[in-house]
Design a protein around this ligand. Structure first.
Ligand code: 1GP
Length: 239
């Protein structure tokens, strides 16, 4: 058993950064160099997951990542096949912005036999997809509609409902490679109503955008595409 959640919960004021690695896009041979850059950066977590990932890729990737870092590796799975005991934790995501029961509870039931065979710390997470101007892979794969970004009250009420249902984290998602990140106004409104930590991700490509998410109230920010496209971005985030 690890203490991933307690570490996030108890570090009041500390800001966390997760580097998201998509098993579909990362070659095993490239892991060592990539992770050495992660280690030299202010990143605090590594998330692993993607919308569409072939079987065994995640297992092999996490095994390789763990050889090169002491940072916690948390699964951010798009599907049940991405669950592997080699990681430290699992975001048990319920897509509460959508109305597809498969992503609200179906996949979760399917995942139990697999999870019971692991030592993963399972963290129930309310996952809220917010429209950002283009169709993202989460929307396509989950066959759910994101919440329009001007519907701030619905977004906020969805987050509150997630907390009241017992979820331990809320994740505001603009989608991988989003054209623009979640607006500060949305982040701060949601954060003001929550007692649980808030994750924000999607479309963050600069230190300014990262800081603006933190300033608005994000406790943990997730960045994937910006590192995939240009590893020099790590230079701006050195410890
Ligand atoms: C996607 O929120 C994550 O699920 C990260 O998004 O790839 O746009 O950084 P990016």
């Amino acid at each position: 058993m690890t203490n991933l959640y307690q570490n996030i919960l108890k570090s009041t004021g500390k800001k966390f950064l997760a580097v998201l690695i998509d098993p579909d896009k990362m070659r095993l041979e490239a892991v060592s160099e990539f992770i050495s850059k992660v280690n030299q950066s202010v990143a605090t977590h590594i998330f692993v997951g993607g919308s569409e990932v072939a079987e065994t890729l995640t297992d092999n990737l996490v095994e390789e990542i763990k050889k090169h870092t002491a940072l916690p590796v948390i699964l951010f799975p798009g599907d049940v096949i991405q669950i592997t005991d080699r990681a430290d934790g699992l975001l048990f995501l319920s897509l509460i912005s959508g109305r597809n029961s498969e992503y609200l509870i179906g996949k979760h039931v399917e995942a139990i036999t697999k999870i019971q065979d692991t030592n993963l710390e399972v963290i129930p997470t309310g996952y809220i997809l917010i429209e950002n101007g283009k169709v993202t892979s989460v929307e396509r794969v989950s066959k759910t509609k994101p919440i329009p970004r001007h519907e701030i009250q619905i977004i906020t009420n969805t987050a509150i409902a997630g907390e009241l249902l017992g979820m331990k984290l809320i994740y505001l998602e603009a989608g991988s490679g989003a054209t623009h990140p979640i607006e500060s106004e949305i982040i701060s409104k949601v954060k003001n109503e929550l007692d649980i930590p808030l994750i924000v991700g999607g479309g963050i490509r600069s230190v300014e955008a990262l800081n603006s998410a933190y300033d608005a109230g994000a406790d943990l920010v997730v960045i994937g595409t910006a590192f995939e496209e240009d590893e020099n971005f790590f230079n701006e985030l050195k410890k």
